[in-house]
Design a protein around this ligand. Structure first.
Ligand code: FEO
Length: 396
């Protein structure tokens, strides 16, 4: 499969309909993904990025249907991660003399992963490569999301090849933003941002400001995953600026694990209390042992507060919630409050331990937490609802 981006640029990547986990088992991809590779034709022919290693042969045979490989004058590797550079190895075996333009950090990451003698040419921000009537302009985008990440801008067509930035794990036959359901597109775009790019939010803002300061018109943004931002591409730039700036909505996420349903019943009454305080708030409730971790992370990203619960087990708390809090710790969410709850039979440490983890993850505790011995009874309902109201008032 290939299709035209415009009269000079062709998409020659791979749509991966089957992908359900990415980065090993780290990230769920319920709608699959795509690895976008682009072939630019001018006086020189340029290939921007490749695809994930398992699709290398398929990719190269498709590419050969478009162009003789020896007619590719330049390759650009915007990022060394294998989902974009995986097919480089096989391609470079076939056209070993074709120069591969990449950042200085990509020289290290490509050599470190592939151990091949690639014909690498290092570029830095502002460097230009003339390809005939047009130029490629390179912009290093360190830590968006690897040290080697880079954007490439094509003059004349005014296209920004942004690699992972602005991407989505979203397989669709219609690969343009104006042809797919907007709700699905943004569901995947915000999930991608929340789970992958949140730790680099201050760099996202700086990089977008830097690119905007070049005053280059952007008619299209071509990321390396998912659909191409063809209609109103500035919409995703504006979203990124908003998501990168300690984003939240009027939402609270309650997430818990439970052994015999006591902590689940606490969660439900806490939610009732929040609802009694604010009828316009969005309340998301998840059992961390039964729900997808990345979906929960996305909802916490959208929330003003997270309320985390677990019964006490072996002086600690349950493992599914621990996995979630460990993941969140690395993301460095900003400007969010938190509280914890849980029931217990005898020692009752879970609330204290969860509070410590929430603080390490950068949340501000809105309360010292609520713990209940054994199961909640009728006499506990008012207190649980009051706890919910208190958290709701704390995020006003
Ligand atoms: Fe960082 Fe899509 O690879």
């Amino acid at each position: 499969m290939s299709f035209n981006i415009n009269e000079n640029i062709k998409w020659v990547g791979k749509i991966d309909w089957e992908l359900r986990k990415f980065h090993g088992e780290e990230l769920s991809t319920f709608r699959g993904s795509s690895y976008n590779s682009y072939l630019i034709r001018d006086e020189k022919n340029v290939l921007i990025d490749t695809v994930w290693s398992p699709f290398a042969k398929e990719f190269i045979s498709g590419l050969e249907e478009e162009i003789g490989l020896d007619k590719i004058d330049y390759i650009v590797a915007n990022h060394g991660e294998v989902d974009h550079s995986g097919a480089l190895s096989l391609l470079a075996e076939k056209i070993p003399d074709t120069p591969i333009y990449c950042s200085g950090n990509a020289v290290k990451s490509l050599k470190g992963q592939f151990h091949k003698d690639f014909n690498l040419v290092t570029v830095k921000t502002g460097d230009k490569l003339n390809i005939g009537k047009k130029d490629l302009i390179f912009v290093e985008a360190r830590m968006l999301h690897w040290p080697d990440s880079m954007f490439t801008y094509l003059t004349g067509d005014d296209v920004l090849f942004s690699n992972d930035a602005f991407g989505q794990h979203y397989a669709n036959e219609f690969m343009f933003n104006d042809l797919v359901p907007e709700s699905e597109l943004y569901e995947e775009a915000i999930k991608y941002y929340a789970n992958i790019l949140t730790p680099f939010s201050s760099l996202v803002i700086k990089k977008i400001q830097e690119v905007l300061s070049f005053n280059l018109p952007v008619k299209m943004i071509c990321p390396s995953h998912g659909v191409i931002w063809r209609k109103n591409p500035e919409q995703i730039i504006e979203k990124y600026l908003s998501w990168a700036d300690a984003y939240n909505e009027n939402q609270v996420t309650i997430v818990y694990d439970t052994m015999w349903n006591g902590t689940r019943r606490m969660a439900e009454e806490i939610a009732e209390g929040i609802k009694m305080d604010d009828e316009n708030i969005s309340i998301k409730i998840f059992n961390s042992a039964r729900h997808d971790l990345n979906t929960i992370v996305t909802e916490i990203f959208k929330s003003k507060a997270v309320i985390a619960g677990s019964p006490t087990v072996n002086k600690g708390y349950l493992a599914s919630l621990a996995a979630l809090l460990e993941f969140i710790k690395g993301l460095g969410f900003k400007n969010k409050k938190a509280a914890s709850f849980g029931c217990y039979g005898w020692s009752g440490e879970s609330v204290k331990v969860i509070n410590g983890e929430l603080e390490k993850a950068g949340f501000e505790l809105a309360d010292e937490g609520l713990r209940l011995m054994w199961h909640p009874g009728k006499e506990d309902i008012a207190g649980l609802r009051e706890f919910g109201k208190k958290i709701s008032r704390a995020i006003k």
